[in-house]
Design a protein around this ligand. Structure first.
Ligand code: ATP
Ligand code: MG
Ligand code: FE
Length: 340
């Protein structure tokens, strides 16, 4: 079956056409530039942008897939988690498409979508797998027994998400929003060993994370340099900060695999686009005999293909479609791949 996936949880309007583990076509419209000067996503601006971008983005995705609307067999949409108004635009559009095309509708979980998208690049996900989900709003270690029906949480951040830490630290360093890509670039010019920042919850025996202490440590560095009238060593701070983040992420992810006897690790979500995270994860997985799967950077950040990918899994599992009064859930838990 051909699944039309629709994603609008944050500031990307994403549409993807997926059949099984094959991505036939996709398109993404982003309102990120409209939010840049505010240093974060402005919900009302995002909702309006989704409304304007929705129909053209669906058209472009269909064109790229060489498909007609009548070829669509099911519609999958992000029901949560995300911004209330933004989710509502996607869910409303998905209901309209499902009704007009007379096909079933499936409200699915954005976070599980981040994991499911890997199947479009590397084929069916071995069961079970551990997933490290690192995005703007979430940082979780998951035990994925079945993408459509059984996802368990092993650990979570107790404060900031990894992407949020990148965005906040970028702001402290005078780098643009979103902060991940400019820190990734600046860090390449810096020495990751020049400044040793704290590793939150290192070796505490849990799979939880903490990044707020790290952010405070960077803030103190910036203040001290300002007081002393010194130039800020931006590249060294970026490199030291990044090393602290990816050191803990990769260590705990590999431990979760080894402790649970799991041989496959997926890393996904926007921060999985990070070059240093990808390199260190590869190194540590190789040492531990764990097979690493990381989708290409474009599929790590928000897109519609990920929702199509999870939709295809849900359809294949034979789960019942959502009703046409499907509600959005801004805090849908990651343990629910299909919205209730
Ligand atoms: P969630 O999925 O939790 O709802 P989100 O959808 O907003 O949040 P994503 O789009 O998956 O999050 O990821 C966005 C985050 O990824 C931002 O915080 C951004 O800074 C970060 N990011 C993007 N590219 C990189 C990179 N190269 N290095 C580090 N972080 C990055
Ligand atoms: Mg975004
Ligand atoms: Fe996301």
């Amino acid at each position: 079956p051909l699944v039309l996936g629709i994603e609008t949880s944050c500031d990307e309007t994403g549409v993807g056409l997926v059949r099984g583990c094959t991505l036939l076509g996709e398109d993404v419209a982003s309102s990120v530039e409209q939010h840049a000067r505010f240093g974060g996503v402005v919900p009302e601006v995002a909702s309006r942008a989704h409304l304007e971008a929705m129909v053209p983005t669906v058209r472009r995705a269909l064109d790229k897939a060489g498909a007609a609307p009548s070829d669509v067999d099911a519609v999958a949409v992000t029901a949560g988690p995300g911004l209330a108004g933004a989710l509502l635009v996607g869910v409303s559009a998905a209901k309209a498409y499902a009704m007009a095309l007379d096909v079933p509708l499936y409200g699915v979980n954005h976070l599980v979508g981040h994991v499911a998208v890997d199947q479009l690049e590397h084929g069916p996900l071995p069961k079970p797998a551990v997933a490290l989900l690192v995005s703007g709003g979430h940082t979780s270690l998951l035990l994925v027994e079945d993408l459509a029906t059984r996802v368990r949480s092993l650990g979570d951040t107790v404060d900031d998400a990894a992407g949020e830490a990148y965005d906040k630290v970028a702001r402290l360093l005078g780098l643009p929003y979103p902060g991940g890509p400019p820190i990734d670039r600046a860090a390449r010019e810096g020495d990751p060993g020049a400044i040793r920042f704290p590793r939150g919850k290192w070796g505490d025996g849990t799979y939880d994370f903490s990044f707020s202490g790290l952010k405070t440590a960077v803030a103190r560095w910036v203040e001290d340099a300002g007081r002393a009238g010194e130039d800020l060593p931006v590249s060294d701070i970026a490199a030291g900060f990044q090393e602290s983040v990816v050191d803990v992420l990769t260590r705990k992810a590999v431990d979760a695999c080894v402790d649970n006897g799991v041989e496959h690790l997926v890393i996904s979500g926007g921060v999985a686009a990070n070059s240093r995270l990808r390199a260190l994860a590869e190194e540590r997985c190789a040492e531990a005999g764990v097979e690493l799967r990381v989708p290409r950077p474009k599929l790590c950040t928000d897109n519609g293909a990920m929702i199509g990918a999870l939709g295809a899994e849900v359809v294949a599992a034979g789960l019942p479609p959502s009703r046409l009064d499907l509600a959005t859930d801004t805090s849908l838990p990651v343990t629910q791949p299909l919205a209730p």
